[in-house]
Write a protein that binds this ligand. Structure first.
Ligand code: FBP
Length: 548
């Protein structure tokens, strides 16, 4: 395979690691834990894995470990650094015992059920060190939730003599990891399950998980692109760029990109919900900035829109919740052929308020809301073109204002959606180091016989050798939520905290960024080599959260 000079250089990059992971490790156990909410129910559902202590890894004595085989699964959307988690896990296992073997289950959790695997040798691992993508073994979104799937997993593991599985995934995949760990404990299957916090969305974080991996790189890629568009807008002075950013429900990506690039407007879904804003309120907010800038002769700008926005507009949220319940396994709906039949069917079944809202939506958006859910029952927000909806509504409003003589500018808008562009980028130094450390941490948790834990690395705003590795029981992050019409134990998603430092900083600056001629920042591409202040910076979100 031919490689670019950067690819060649990156394959030789040695990820930086916390001191504890640089030699042999000892385990320190903390206090027993509780779930974040619904303690009694979660405890009942996870009798074997509930209440375990938090674990820290500290430097320890050299000791011998028996030979073992481990399986690894990449689950859900791609996130930069996944290959380094696997490389760290591989190197960690070889440090424990050179005869240890690592098997990759192919194409996500379905690989475990189907017994579809690849033995990961050092030749394969070396090809993928510090690279983006999940192509080493592929990923998938199959939900592991049924007993027959877990039993198939036991079969696959017994065949390969696998003692532990590492699931690299987001909140839903780690919820599944927790259920699997509990089931294997109940069954005495002799298979440990360890999770790793992955997702570009940045919503798998809490008091213990400072950030999910991939968020750093993806945000840096999007911020570079936003900066480039801002420079173009500032040069041509004729376009408004409406930029939707991935991130599913939470607006962490939009907020981080706003902090990095300082656009004229950034909508934060969590604020929209808190202020109970309607779609019209959002349009008015955008129009006000466009009109003010036009008055100053600036008929251009940038607007960031989180991909999950639509779900945070209270009336839309109610509509989506009704659609989720209505469409879950609805054979009747699925058998309808034309979009029109489907539209009529849905309109007739919704409550009066939701039905009216649904009727008033542009047909394209209404259709997108009824598309298949993902296997976890989520609306696939990446397919809802909110940026186009907003352009249409803003243009209408401006046309009316023009007629009334209250708007004298020119409005030409371009739409963009940044998501897939960032998910497989070459991991930043931060993600390369963080992910490699997560993999090494997972190998130690396995060696110490732990199950139902997520590998964590903390203290991430300090130099990598000061980072602290450990593990937290997954049950600690759980609460009960309604999914596809039923109450289920799930990991609580972290949304943007409106009282948190990143949002407060943004809120204190946004008026300035809306008006000024020169507030734009042009972050430029990720740098892998050069001074540390250019190459090793974590996200602005993390720095602000840690008050650095
Ligand atoms: P994960 O939560 O699995 O990490 O996926 C993140 C994400 O990139 C979201 O931001 C986006 O909404 C979704 O995946 C898109 O899914 P798909 O890859 O199936 O199109």
């Amino acid at each position: 395979m031919q490689k670019s000079p950067l690819q060649i250089a990156r394959s030789n990059y040695q990820p930086k690691m916390p001191v504890a992971l640089q030699g042999f490790v000892a385990i320190k156990e903390g206090e027993k834990t509780q779930s974040v909410a619904d303690q009694e129910e979660i405890k009942k559902l996870f009798p074997n894995t509930y209440g375990l202590p938090v674990i820290s890894l500290v430097p320890g004595e050299k000791k011998a470990f028996p030979e073992m085989n481990v399986g690894v699964i990449l689950s859900g959307g791609q996130a930069p650094g996944g290959h380094n988690v696997i490389a760290g896990l591989f190197d960690g296992l070889k440090q424990l015992n050179p005869n240890n073997k690592l098997y990759g289950f192919l194409n996500g959790p379905s690989g475990l059920i189907e017994g579809n695997y690849l033995e990961l040798t050092s030749n394969i691992i070396d090809e993928y060190r510090n690279t983006g993508g999940f192509d080493i073994i592929g990923s998938g979104r199959t939900k592991l939730e049924e007993t027959w799937q877990f039993d198939k997993g036991i079969e696959a593991c017994k065949k390969l003599n696998i003692k532990a599985i590492v699931i690299i995934g987001g909140d839903d995949s780690n919820t599944n990891a927790c259920v699997l760990a509990e089931y294997y404990q109940q069954k005495n299957a002799g298979i440990q399950v360890i999770g790793c916090p992955k997702t570009i969305d940045g919503d798998l974080k809490n008091a213990q998980i400072e950030t999910s991996f991939g968020f750093d790189t993806a945000c840096k890629v999007y911020s570079e692109l936003i900066g480039n568009l801002q420079r173009d807008a500032n040069s041509a002075k004729k376009y408004w760029h409406f930029i939707r950013l991935m991130g599913r429900s939470a607006s962490h990506i939009a907020l981080e990109c706003a902090l990095q690039a300082q656009p004229n407007i950034c909508i934060i879904s969590e604020e929209v919900e808190a202020k109970e804003m309607t779609l019209n309120d959002i349009v008015d907010q955008i129009v006000k900035v466009i009109v003010d800038r036009a008055d100053a002769g600036l008929n251009f700008g940038t607007i960031l829109i989180p991909e999950g926005l639509i779900e945070f507009i209270p009336a839309m949220r109610r509509l989506i919740a009704e659609l989720n319940d209505l469409l879950a396994n609805n054979e009747e709906f699925n058998s309808l052929e034309s979009d029109d039949e489907k539209r009529q069917y849905v309109k007739a079944k919704l409550t009066h308020e939701s039905s009216q809202l649904y009727r008033d939506l542009p047909k394209g958006i209404a259709r997108q809301l009824t598309l298949d859910r993902d296997p976890h029952g989520n609306v696939m927000v990446s397919q809802i073109e909110t940026e186009k909806l907003l352009i249409e509504m803003v243009a209408k409003k401006l046309a009316i204002m023009k007629g009334e003589g209250t708007y004298k500018g020119k409005f030409a808008a371009l739409n963009h959606f940044f998501g897939y562009e960032g998910r497989c980028a070459i991991p930043s130094n931060f993600d390369a180091d963080y992910c490699y450390s997560l993999g090494r941490t997972a190998s130690w948790l396995i060696a110490e016989g732990k199950t139902g834990y997520m590998a964590i690395v903390q203290n991430l705003t300090t130099p990598a050798n000061e980072w602290q590795a450990g593990g937290i029981p997954i049950t600690m992050m759980m609460n009960m939520e309604k999914r596809a019409g039923k109450m289920k134990p799930v990991i609580q998603k972290a949304l943007v905290d409106l009282e948190g430092e990143p949002f407060k900083y943004f809120a204190s600056k946004r008026e300035l960024w809306a008006d000024a001629h020169t507030s734009y920042i042009y972050p430029g591409p990720i740098q892998y080599y050069g001074p540390s202040e250019v190459c090793d910076q974590p996200t602005r979100t993390l720095l602000l959260e840690k008050k650095r």
